[in-house]
Design a protein around this ligand. Structure first.
Ligand code: TYD
Ligand code: MG
Length: 468
């Protein structure tokens, strides 16, 4: 009997090689390669070669298509991220670290839909039915007619789902625990995860049910990363949060039916996840007023303005190479702002450690945060608190000029709504929005001007020796 050739598959990226190696050539991860059944065995029987093709009908591009019907989830923060609810027949992957709250969010969504009269099914491959029930009880959702099961066989699941009224929402928690008979690999391997996802996606497209797959993202190669599933599904959402904070941010990484720049904000409470409709208030709620090194950034996430505090600490270093640590912002952006401060504003930071933190566990991606970060850094270095009623936004160019940013008006409006009185912003924003928001706009043309202004405030404070 001929020996079956084995394939070696990287559990991180899915790359296949002919022999075992310690390091994956494709993604560079170590110890992620395991032996699996060859790829041809992982194809469903109908896709194996030798079968005569079936003739199917082709359709004109201009044919009639009804608008993708959406099902609102009952959680507006989730609908904001998906782009208005679950699309019929779509498959969504919800990724996130273990313990971040994926199961909690999904049992809440299932309960909301079930209460609204839709058929919602929750299948857990990780917890027993009793455990899911216990959680639902704690969340006060026991009354919702969600249908539960603890199952891991994809064939059994698809057979069960095909039976009776088509479900509107099916939650599979998690895709890593699912396995299918069609392939020989062990559950949790890339081949299994991919085939299981394929079978469930096929069911979703055929039946019109919306499916949410949960995927754990782990750094170590033991569990197949859901990355291999990402290109197969219609949308990928990631649930994020900083360990110590109660805030959880839901972000779309990929979305075939909606935007990818919106965020949903939740708070993990004893009663499950609570939606935060006005995140600015929360992110600013624990502000230290009158302390040097903090600046309020007027940002935009998707279509929603969001005010958040940026904290900086600049302290003399005791190390040969000073530390630069940043949480919630791009480290290369920080390096650029520091370089501009050194080159154009006479701020010497070579002998200082620099720490930058975005409050509340938020992650900022906009370049518009440059000005707020720079203001916080200089404020910390000069020991001069920034005015408590001011917000900052603007992009810093390498020449030290402050560039205009998009949606200035929305930023100013949000700041005015939360009681701020002035905005330090690019000159163009002042001209564009003059007199509209009721905020006093102090236009900043160059970073050097702003630095001089903050430094003067610090000197004044030192000579008069103001108490804190
Ligand atoms: P869980 O939804 O099980 O996370 P995941 O499915 O992403 O692994 O959430 C686990 C954490 O959430 C756990 O540390 C406890 C916490 N939690 C609360 O704080 N309040 C609650 O009401 C619930 C259900 C969980
Ligand atoms: Mg879970």
């Amino acid at each position: 009997m001929a020996r079956r050739a084995l394939a070696f598959v990287c559990q991180n990226c899915g790359a296949v090689s002919g022999r075992w190696q310690g390091k994956c050539d494709s993604c560079g991860e170590w110890n992620t390669i395991t032996e699996e059944a060859p790829a041809s065995a992982s194809l469903p029987p109908s896709a194996r070669p030798g079968r005569k093709g079936r003739v199917f009908g082709l359709e004109p591009l201009a044919g009639e298509t009804h608008e993708a019907p959406r099902l609102a989830s009952g959680l507006p923060e989730l609908d904001r991220v998906t782009g208005g609810g679950f699309v019929r027949g779509s498959v969504l992957l919800l990724g996130g670290d273990p313990g971040i709250g994926k199961s909690t969010l999904l049992i809440q969504v299932s309960a909301e839909l079930a209460k609204a009269g839709h058929r919602a099914i929750y299948i857990s491959g990780e917890e027993a039915v009793a455990q899911v029930r216990l959680r639902a009880e704690r969340l006060g959702l026991s009354g919702a007619p969600v249908e539960l099961a603890s199952e891991t066989s994809v064939e059994d699941i698809v057979a069960t789902l095909s039976h009776g009224r088509t479900p509107r929402l099916v939650v599979i928690d998690s895709i890593q625990t699912m396995w299918t008979d069609a392939v020989e690999s062990a559950p949790g391997t890339v081949t299994q995860v991919r085939s299981a996802a394929q079978a469930l996606i096929r069911f979703a497209k055929k039946s019109g049910a919306a499916i949410i797959l949960v995927g754990h993202v782990t750094k170590d190669g033991q569990i197949a990363g859901p990355r291999v599933v990402e290109h197969m599904v219609d949308a990928v959402l990631s649930f994020e949060g900083e360990g110590a904070h109660q805030f959880r941010i839901l972000r779309a990484v990929k979305n075939r039916f909606g935007p990818t720049d919106e965020i949903g904000v939740f708070e993990m409470t004893g009663l499950g996840l609570r939606e935060i409709a006005n995140p600015s208030e929360i992110f600013l709620s624990e502000r230290d007023l009158g302390v040097p090194g903090t600046a309020v950034f007027a940002g935009i996430e998707g279509t929603r303005p969001l005010l958040v505090e940026i904290q900086a600490l600049v302290a003399p270093t005791s190390l040969g190479t000073p530390r630069r640590a940043v949480v919630g912002w791009d480290p290369s952006r920080l390096a650029m702002v520091l370089a501009v401060l050194e080159a154009h504003c006479g701020v010497r930071l070579g002998g200082h450690d620099v720490y930058l933190n975005v409050a509340g566990g938020l992650r900022i991606q906009e370049p518009a945060a440059d000005l707020a970060a720079a203001a916080a850094l200089v404020s910390s270095l000069a020991g001069a608190p920034l005015p408590a009623d001011a917000v900052y936004f603007g992009e810093i160019s390498l020449s030290g000029a402050i560039r205009p940013v998009a949606q200035a008006q929305a930023r100013l409006k949000e700041a005015a709504k939360l009681g701020f009185a002035q905005a330090i912003a690019p000159e163009a924003s002042r001209l564009e929005t003059i007199g509209e928001s009721g905020l006093r706009i102090v236009s900043a043309a160059t970073l050097a001007g702003l630095v001089a202004e903050i430094a003067a405030r610090g000197n004044r404070r030192k000579t008069v020796n103001l108490p804190d």
